[in-house]
Write a protein of this length. Structure first.
Length: 371
């Protein structure tokens, strides 16, 4: 049964990952494993049209059009090249393609079969989306339709199905401009069906305050299992997120956010608890400081209180009228040190990582071409 469910989930992943206009939010988007370095986020007012990242085991090239829209990403590994290609019609994304092109081994044979998946919209001259199709490259090098997408008069995704129309169905329901429900139906086998029902509730400012996902299993059309798989509660103050609680079957994650008068995030605290015994699994606190609304200091502490493994890492840079005074930033954590180097546009151009217990160092180069 686990194998069948996995295959069903794989089909769902193929049909939904990257589909155009998917309205489902990502509640777990925060990543605080390391502070974002200054210059790590691209400033499109400078219109970089190509950014190249060279590291020891890979090379990544991001390409942009003349108005700063992301059109292509290519990542070159030793055994495979991965590409994501996006095409536009006006401001509307009309085609998105993901490719995995494998290299040849020593005997001249492909390491693996190439994988190509394309989402393509059928759109009229007025910009109205008629429908969408998902194409997948088969073993016989033929592009086969594996899914369909349907949209409403406001170009919002309302239904996504597999090519048969009954193995996988995902329905989207709206109230006003808000997504209020997503019903996902997977026909696992002839007798077994899984339904995931996701519901969203909003405040008066159209911000999500409650999300719940309930998973049900039917066998021979009889309900055999029903349970909540995830809930998310969010609190807002002055239109800013101040608290988020994510609860799954195994753990509860609570996140608290504090801001300064300029609406910059200054303190972030995350606590993870085990649902079985209520004990704290981990805690983390990030503190930030700003000058002229420009981040100049960040510190992260893990293992707060009396827990073992307390450590912190920081990075600094100084600002002067929104320009870098120093073109170097240092990040320290234990035996690891990372130095960041920038150009005159505050864009990251190089990082060098060294370890106190190793003679080697790891260098990453960033090349940016400007209009």
């Amino acid at each position: 049964m686990k194998q069948i469910i996995y295959i069903s989930f794989l089909l769902y992943s193929i049909l939904t990952f990257g589909q155009i206009g998917d309205p489902t939010p990502n509640f777990d988007s925060e990543t605080f494993t390391k502070p974002e370095p200054p210059g790590g986020k691209w400033d499109f007012s400078k219109k970089p049209y190509k950014k190249i990242i060279n590291s020891e085991n890979s090379k990544c090239i991001d390409e942009f059009d003349s108005i700063g829209r992301h059109t292509k990403r290519s990542v070159f590994w030793n055994h495979v090249t991965e590409m994501d290609i996006i095409k536009y019609k006006g401001d509307q994304v009309v085609e998105r393609t993901h490719k995995q092109i494998y290299n040849f081994d020593k005997n001249g044979k492909k390491i693996n079969l190439d994988y190509i998946l394309t989402y393509k919209l059928n759109i009229n001259d007025k910009g109205k989306i008629i429908d969408g199709k998902t194409f997948k490259l088969t073993k016989d090098s033929i592009y086969k339709i594996v899914g369909y997408q349907y949209y409403d008069k406001k170009n919002r995704l309302t239904k996504s199905i597999d090519s048969t129309g009954h193995k996988y169905i995902s329905n989207f329901y709206y109230s006003g401009k808000n997504l209020i429900r997503n019903e996902e139906i997977n026909q696992i086998d002839a007798k077994t069906k899984a339904i995931v029902d996701r519901t969203y509730k909003y405040n008066k400012d159209n911000q999500i305050v409650l999300f719940e996902s309930i998973r049900s299993i039917f066998k021979n059309n009889i309900l055999t299992e029903k349970k909540s798989s995830q809930t998310v509660q969010q609190e807002f103050k002055n239109n800013q997120l101040v608290k988020k609680v994510l609860k799954s079957n195994s753990e509860t994650i609570e996140r608290n956010y504090t801001y300064d008068n300029n609406r910059n995030l200054t303190i972030f605290i995350e606590t993870k608890k085990n649902n079985y015994d209520g004990l704290i699994r981990s805690q983390m606190k990030e503190t930030k400081k700003y000058e002229n609304n420009l981040l100049v200091y960040s510190e992260v502490q893990e293992g707060l209180g009396k827990q073992e493994g307390n450590f912190s890492f920081t990075y600094y840079f100084h600002s002067d009228k929104e320009l870098l005074e120093k073109t170097e930033t240092t990040y320290d954590k234990g035996n690891e040190q990372v130095k960041y180097f920038y150009n005159g546009h505050n864009h990251l151009i190089k990082t060098i990582t060294t370890y106190s217990d190793e003679p080697s160092r790891y260098e990453v180069l960033y090349e940016i071409e400007y209009y």
